[in-house]
Design a protein around this ligand. Structure first.
Ligand code: NAP
Length: 289
Protein backbone atom coordinates (compact mmCIF):
# COMPACT_ATOMS: atom_id res chain seq x y z
CA UNK A 1 0.00 0.00 0.00
CA UNK A 2 1.23 3.51 -0.84
CA UNK A 3 2.17 5.60 2.19
CA UNK A 4 1.01 9.20 2.40
CA UNK A 5 2.38 12.24 4.21
CA UNK A 6 0.27 15.36 4.71
CA UNK A 7 1.83 18.84 4.85
CA UNK A 8 -0.37 21.73 6.08
CA UNK A 9 -2.97 21.18 8.79
CA UNK A 10 -5.06 24.33 8.49
CA UNK A 11 -8.84 24.60 8.19
CA UNK A 12 -8.78 22.26 5.15
CA UNK A 13 -5.65 20.17 5.72
CA UNK A 14 -6.60 18.92 9.17
CA UNK A 15 -9.79 17.32 7.82
CA UNK A 16 -8.00 15.98 4.75
CA UNK A 17 -5.48 14.32 7.09
CA UNK A 18 -8.28 12.82 9.18
CA UNK A 19 -9.89 11.32 6.07
CA UNK A 20 -6.54 9.97 4.81
CA UNK A 21 -6.06 8.35 8.22
CA UNK A 22 -9.59 6.92 8.22
CA UNK A 23 -8.88 5.26 4.87
CA UNK A 24 -5.61 3.82 6.24
CA UNK A 25 -3.22 5.82 4.00
CA UNK A 26 -1.73 8.40 6.37
CA UNK A 27 1.71 7.62 7.73
CA UNK A 28 3.19 11.06 8.50
CA UNK A 29 2.18 14.65 9.23
CA UNK A 30 3.97 17.98 9.07
CA UNK A 31 2.73 21.40 10.06
CA UNK A 32 4.74 24.62 10.35
CA UNK A 33 3.26 25.23 13.79
CA UNK A 34 4.44 21.97 15.35
CA UNK A 35 1.90 21.80 18.20
CA UNK A 36 -0.97 21.31 15.72
CA UNK A 37 0.81 18.36 14.10
CA UNK A 38 1.75 16.84 17.45
CA UNK A 39 -1.82 17.02 18.75
CA UNK A 40 -3.28 15.45 15.59
CA UNK A 41 -0.43 12.91 15.30
CA UNK A 42 -1.16 11.69 18.81
CA UNK A 43 -4.89 11.49 18.15
CA UNK A 44 -4.48 9.61 14.84
CA UNK A 45 -1.46 7.60 15.98
CA UNK A 46 0.62 8.87 13.06
CA UNK A 47 4.29 9.95 12.96
CA UNK A 48 5.01 13.67 13.13
CA UNK A 49 7.87 14.97 11.00
CA UNK A 50 9.64 18.07 12.25
CA UNK A 51 10.61 19.28 8.78
CA UNK A 52 9.02 18.84 5.33
CA UNK A 53 12.26 17.24 4.10
CA UNK A 54 12.11 14.57 6.83
CA UNK A 55 8.52 13.77 5.86
CA UNK A 56 9.39 13.59 2.16
CA UNK A 57 12.18 11.06 2.78
CA UNK A 58 9.78 8.51 4.26
CA UNK A 59 6.57 8.40 2.19
CA UNK A 60 5.47 7.53 -1.36
CA UNK A 61 2.92 10.31 -1.78
CA UNK A 62 3.00 13.84 -0.38
CA UNK A 63 -0.26 15.77 -0.07
CA UNK A 64 0.10 19.49 0.38
CA UNK A 65 -2.44 22.11 1.47
CA UNK A 66 -0.81 25.41 2.46
CA UNK A 67 -1.83 29.01 1.94
CA UNK A 68 -0.13 30.80 -0.92
CA UNK A 69 2.12 30.42 -3.97
CA UNK A 70 5.28 31.30 -2.02
CA UNK A 71 4.40 28.74 0.67
CA UNK A 72 4.02 25.97 -1.91
CA UNK A 73 7.36 26.92 -3.48
CA UNK A 74 9.05 27.00 -0.06
CA UNK A 75 7.89 23.42 0.57
CA UNK A 76 8.90 22.24 -2.92
CA UNK A 77 12.41 23.66 -2.47
CA UNK A 78 12.64 22.11 1.00
CA UNK A 79 11.67 18.59 -0.13
CA UNK A 80 13.34 18.39 -3.53
CA UNK A 81 16.60 16.86 -2.27
CA UNK A 82 15.16 14.26 0.11
CA UNK A 83 12.06 13.13 -1.79
CA UNK A 84 12.34 9.62 -3.24
CA UNK A 85 12.30 9.07 -7.02
CA UNK A 86 8.89 7.94 -8.34
CA UNK A 87 7.09 9.68 -5.48
CA UNK A 88 4.11 11.89 -6.25
CA UNK A 89 3.41 15.37 -4.86
CA UNK A 90 -0.27 16.33 -4.88
CA UNK A 91 -0.82 20.02 -4.27
CA UNK A 92 -4.35 20.77 -3.04
CA UNK A 93 -3.60 24.42 -2.18
CA UNK A 94 -5.13 27.13 -4.38
CA UNK A 95 -2.27 28.84 -6.22
CA UNK A 96 -1.53 30.07 -9.73
CA UNK A 97 -1.15 27.76 -12.72
CA UNK A 98 2.40 29.17 -13.11
CA UNK A 99 3.32 27.96 -9.62
CA UNK A 100 1.99 24.50 -10.49
CA UNK A 101 4.18 24.40 -13.60
CA UNK A 102 7.26 25.65 -11.68
CA UNK A 103 6.76 23.07 -8.92
CA UNK A 104 6.29 20.25 -11.45
CA UNK A 105 9.46 21.23 -13.34
CA UNK A 106 11.60 21.29 -10.17
CA UNK A 107 10.30 17.90 -9.03
CA UNK A 108 10.65 16.33 -12.47
CA UNK A 109 14.46 16.79 -12.14
CA UNK A 110 14.36 14.20 -9.34
CA UNK A 111 11.96 11.85 -11.20
CA UNK A 112 9.07 12.93 -8.99
CA UNK A 113 5.57 13.40 -10.39
CA UNK A 114 3.31 16.34 -9.57
CA UNK A 115 -0.44 16.88 -9.73
CA UNK A 116 -2.14 20.22 -9.15
CA UNK A 117 -5.36 19.18 -7.44
CA UNK A 118 -7.13 22.20 -5.93
CA UNK A 119 -10.47 21.60 -4.28
CA UNK A 120 -13.85 23.21 -3.75
CA UNK A 121 -16.49 22.47 -1.12
CA UNK A 122 -15.26 24.43 1.88
CA UNK A 123 -14.34 23.18 5.31
CA UNK A 124 -17.63 21.23 5.30
CA UNK A 125 -16.55 19.33 2.15
CA UNK A 126 -13.10 18.68 3.60
CA UNK A 127 -14.68 17.31 6.78
CA UNK A 128 -17.14 15.01 5.02
CA UNK A 129 -14.55 13.87 2.46
CA UNK A 130 -16.84 15.08 -0.32
CA UNK A 131 -14.74 17.80 -1.94
CA UNK A 132 -14.81 18.51 -5.67
CA UNK A 133 -11.25 18.18 -7.01
CA UNK A 134 -9.95 19.54 -10.33
CA UNK A 135 -6.73 17.88 -11.41
CA UNK A 136 -3.92 18.88 -13.76
CA UNK A 137 -1.10 16.54 -14.71
CA UNK A 138 -0.52 13.07 -16.12
CA UNK A 139 -3.73 10.99 -16.18
CA UNK A 140 -1.79 7.76 -15.45
CA UNK A 141 -0.43 9.34 -12.25
CA UNK A 142 -3.92 10.44 -11.30
CA UNK A 143 -5.13 6.88 -11.76
CA UNK A 144 -2.29 5.61 -9.54
CA UNK A 145 -3.27 7.93 -6.67
CA UNK A 146 -7.03 8.00 -7.20
CA UNK A 147 -7.88 5.72 -4.21
CA UNK A 148 -5.99 8.19 -2.02
CA UNK A 149 -7.78 11.21 -3.50
CA UNK A 150 -11.14 9.41 -3.20
CA UNK A 151 -10.73 9.40 0.59
CA UNK A 152 -10.94 13.22 0.48
CA UNK A 153 -13.02 14.04 -2.59
CA UNK A 154 -16.30 12.71 -3.96
CA UNK A 155 -15.96 14.28 -7.40
CA UNK A 156 -12.55 14.14 -9.07
CA UNK A 157 -12.13 15.41 -12.62
CA UNK A 158 -8.96 15.28 -14.72
CA UNK A 159 -8.85 18.57 -16.61
CA UNK A 160 -5.63 18.38 -18.65
CA UNK A 161 -1.89 19.08 -18.34
CA UNK A 162 -0.11 20.55 -15.32
CA UNK A 163 -1.62 23.91 -14.31
CA UNK A 164 -5.06 23.18 -15.74
CA UNK A 165 -6.37 22.15 -12.31
CA UNK A 166 -5.37 25.55 -10.91
CA UNK A 167 -6.80 27.36 -13.97
CA UNK A 168 -10.11 25.56 -13.29
CA UNK A 169 -9.96 26.60 -9.65
CA UNK A 170 -9.59 30.21 -10.84
CA UNK A 171 -12.88 29.76 -12.73
CA UNK A 172 -14.44 28.50 -9.49
CA UNK A 173 -13.11 31.46 -7.51
CA UNK A 174 -14.44 34.00 -10.02
CA UNK A 175 -17.85 32.33 -9.70
CA UNK A 176 -17.58 32.29 -5.89
CA UNK A 177 -16.87 36.05 -5.93
CA UNK A 178 -20.01 36.69 -7.98
CA UNK A 179 -22.12 34.44 -5.76
CA UNK A 180 -20.84 36.22 -2.65
CA UNK A 181 -21.76 39.60 -4.21
CA UNK A 182 -25.22 38.36 -5.23
CA UNK A 183 -26.11 36.68 -1.94
CA UNK A 184 -24.82 39.46 0.35
CA UNK A 185 -26.48 42.17 -1.77
CA UNK A 186 -29.81 40.31 -1.90
CA UNK A 187 -29.82 39.62 1.84
CA UNK A 188 -28.95 43.26 2.60
CA UNK A 189 -31.99 44.19 0.51
CA UNK A 190 -34.13 41.60 2.35
CA UNK A 191 -33.05 43.06 5.70
CA UNK A 192 -34.01 46.57 4.52
CA UNK A 193 -37.45 45.22 3.61
CA UNK A 194 -37.72 43.92 7.20
CA UNK A 195 -38.43 40.42 5.92
CA UNK A 196 -37.98 37.38 8.20
CA UNK A 197 -34.44 36.34 7.26
CA UNK A 198 -34.63 32.67 8.24
CA UNK A 199 -37.78 32.14 6.15
CA UNK A 200 -36.26 34.07 3.23
CA UNK A 201 -33.18 31.86 3.28
CA UNK A 202 -35.28 28.72 3.69
CA UNK A 203 -37.58 29.37 0.71
CA UNK A 204 -34.91 30.75 -1.64
CA UNK A 205 -32.65 27.80 -0.82
CA UNK A 206 -35.32 25.54 -2.32
CA UNK A 207 -35.59 27.43 -5.62
CA UNK A 208 -33.60 28.37 -8.69
CA UNK A 209 -31.58 31.10 -6.95
CA UNK A 210 -30.24 28.65 -4.37
CA UNK A 211 -26.52 28.11 -3.86
CA UNK A 212 -24.15 26.27 -1.51
CA UNK A 213 -23.14 29.68 -0.15
CA UNK A 214 -26.70 30.74 0.64
CA UNK A 215 -27.49 27.39 2.26
CA UNK A 216 -24.29 27.19 4.33
CA UNK A 217 -23.53 30.83 5.12
CA UNK A 218 -26.87 32.67 4.71
CA UNK A 219 -28.17 32.40 8.26
CA UNK A 220 -24.85 32.95 10.03
CA UNK A 221 -24.05 36.08 8.01
CA UNK A 222 -27.43 37.66 8.78
CA UNK A 223 -26.63 37.05 12.47
CA UNK A 224 -23.38 38.99 11.86
CA UNK A 225 -21.39 35.83 12.55
CA UNK A 226 -18.52 34.98 10.18
CA UNK A 227 -16.54 32.08 11.68
CA UNK A 228 -13.46 31.28 9.59
CA UNK A 229 -14.51 28.81 6.89
CA UNK A 230 -12.86 30.33 3.84
CA UNK A 231 -10.88 33.36 4.92
CA UNK A 232 -11.31 36.75 3.22
CA UNK A 233 -7.51 37.06 2.90
CA UNK A 234 -7.29 33.70 1.09
CA UNK A 235 -10.06 34.52 -1.39
CA UNK A 236 -8.44 37.90 -2.02
CA UNK A 237 -5.20 36.04 -2.83
CA UNK A 238 -7.12 33.86 -5.31
CA UNK A 239 -8.82 36.86 -6.94
CA UNK A 240 -5.42 38.49 -7.49
CA UNK A 241 -4.42 35.33 -9.38
CA UNK A 242 -7.68 35.43 -11.40
CA UNK A 243 -7.24 39.12 -12.25
CA UNK A 244 -3.68 38.54 -13.43
CA UNK A 245 -4.85 35.61 -15.60
CA UNK A 246 -7.64 37.83 -16.94
CA UNK A 247 -5.16 40.58 -17.86
CA UNK A 248 -2.90 38.00 -19.54
CA UNK A 249 -5.77 36.76 -21.69
CA UNK A 250 -7.47 40.16 -22.14
CA UNK A 251 -10.67 39.17 -20.35
CA UNK A 252 -12.38 41.81 -18.24
CA UNK A 253 -13.51 40.61 -14.79
CA UNK A 254 -15.44 43.53 -13.23
CA UNK A 255 -17.20 41.55 -10.47
CA UNK A 256 -13.94 39.87 -9.50
CA UNK A 257 -12.24 43.26 -9.39
CA UNK A 258 -15.01 44.78 -7.23
CA UNK A 259 -14.87 41.82 -4.83
CA UNK A 260 -11.10 42.06 -4.57
CA UNK A 261 -11.43 45.75 -3.59
CA UNK A 262 -14.26 44.98 -1.13
CA UNK A 263 -12.02 42.37 0.53
CA UNK A 264 -9.24 44.98 0.81
CA UNK A 265 -11.69 47.11 2.82
CA UNK A 266 -12.62 44.15 5.04
CA UNK A 267 -8.94 43.40 5.64
CA UNK A 268 -8.34 47.08 6.54
CA UNK A 269 -11.16 46.69 9.10
CA UNK A 270 -9.38 43.69 10.64
CA UNK A 271 -11.73 41.07 9.12
CA UNK A 272 -9.19 39.27 6.90
CA UNK A 273 -9.32 36.08 8.99
CA UNK A 274 -13.16 35.96 8.90
CA UNK A 275 -15.18 33.90 6.44
CA UNK A 276 -15.87 35.57 3.08
CA UNK A 277 -19.53 35.97 4.10
CA UNK A 278 -18.22 38.98 6.11
CA UNK A 279 -18.88 40.86 2.85
CA UNK A 280 -22.43 41.13 4.25
CA UNK A 281 -21.13 43.43 7.00
CA UNK A 282 -19.66 45.76 4.39
CA UNK A 283 -22.93 45.89 2.44
CA UNK A 284 -25.12 46.48 5.50
CA UNK A 285 -22.78 49.23 6.72
CA UNK A 286 -22.64 50.75 3.26
CA UNK A 287 -26.42 50.97 3.32
CA UNK A 288 -26.48 53.03 6.50
CA UNK A 289 -23.50 55.26 5.59
P1 NAP B 1 -5.41 27.99 6.74
O1 NAP B 1 -6.42 27.51 7.71
O2 NAP B 1 -4.91 29.39 6.84
O3 NAP B 1 -4.14 26.99 6.85
C1 NAP B 1 -2.98 27.19 6.11
C2 NAP B 1 -2.01 26.06 6.41
O4 NAP B 1 -0.81 26.27 5.63
C3 NAP B 1 -1.56 26.01 7.88
O5 NAP B 1 -1.37 24.67 8.24
C4 NAP B 1 -0.23 26.77 7.83
O6 NAP B 1 0.65 26.43 8.88
C5 NAP B 1 0.31 26.28 6.51
N1 NAP B 1 1.33 27.16 5.94
C6 NAP B 1 1.16 28.42 5.48
N2 NAP B 1 2.33 28.91 5.02
C7 NAP B 1 3.25 27.93 5.19
C8 NAP B 1 4.63 27.83 4.91
N3 NAP B 1 5.31 28.84 4.34
N4 NAP B 1 5.25 26.66 5.21
C9 NAP B 1 4.58 25.65 5.78
N5 NAP B 1 3.28 25.68 6.07
C10 NAP B 1 2.62 26.81 5.78
O7 NAP B 1 -5.89 27.82 5.24
P2 NAP B 1 -6.98 26.78 4.64
O8 NAP B 1 -8.32 27.41 4.71
O9 NAP B 1 -6.73 25.42 5.19
O10 NAP B 1 -6.53 26.84 3.10
C11 NAP B 1 -5.40 26.14 2.62
C12 NAP B 1 -5.41 26.23 1.08
O11 NAP B 1 -6.62 25.65 0.59
C13 NAP B 1 -5.37 27.68 0.56
O12 NAP B 1 -4.61 27.74 -0.62
C14 NAP B 1 -6.85 27.98 0.29
O13 NAP B 1 -7.00 28.98 -0.69
C15 NAP B 1 -7.34 26.62 -0.18
N6 NAP B 1 -8.78 26.37 0.03
C16 NAP B 1 -9.43 26.75 1.18
C17 NAP B 1 -10.80 26.49 1.32
C18 NAP B 1 -11.55 26.87 2.56
O14 NAP B 1 -12.81 26.87 2.53
N7 NAP B 1 -10.90 27.18 3.67
C19 NAP B 1 -11.49 25.83 0.30
C20 NAP B 1 -10.80 25.42 -0.84
C21 NAP B 1 -9.44 25.69 -0.96
P3 NAP B 1 0.48 27.10 10.35
O15 NAP B 1 -0.49 26.23 11.08
O16 NAP B 1 1.84 27.08 10.91
O17 NAP B 1 -0.03 28.51 10.13
Amino acid sequence: MLTVGMIGLGAMGEHMARNLAKAGFLSALYNRTTQKAEKLGQELNVNVAHTPEALAANVDIICLCVSRDEDVMEIIHAIKDTIRPNSVVIDMSTVSNHTAKKAAAILACGDVDFLDAPVSGGVEGAKSGKLAMMVGGDSAILEKVSPILASMAAHIVHIGPTGSGQATKAVNQIMAAGINQAVTEALTFAKAQQLPMDQIIDVISGGAASSWFLQNRGLSMTENHYPAGFKVALHQKDLDICLQMGRDSEVSLPITSQTRDDYAQLIAQGLGECDISALYSLKTNLKTN
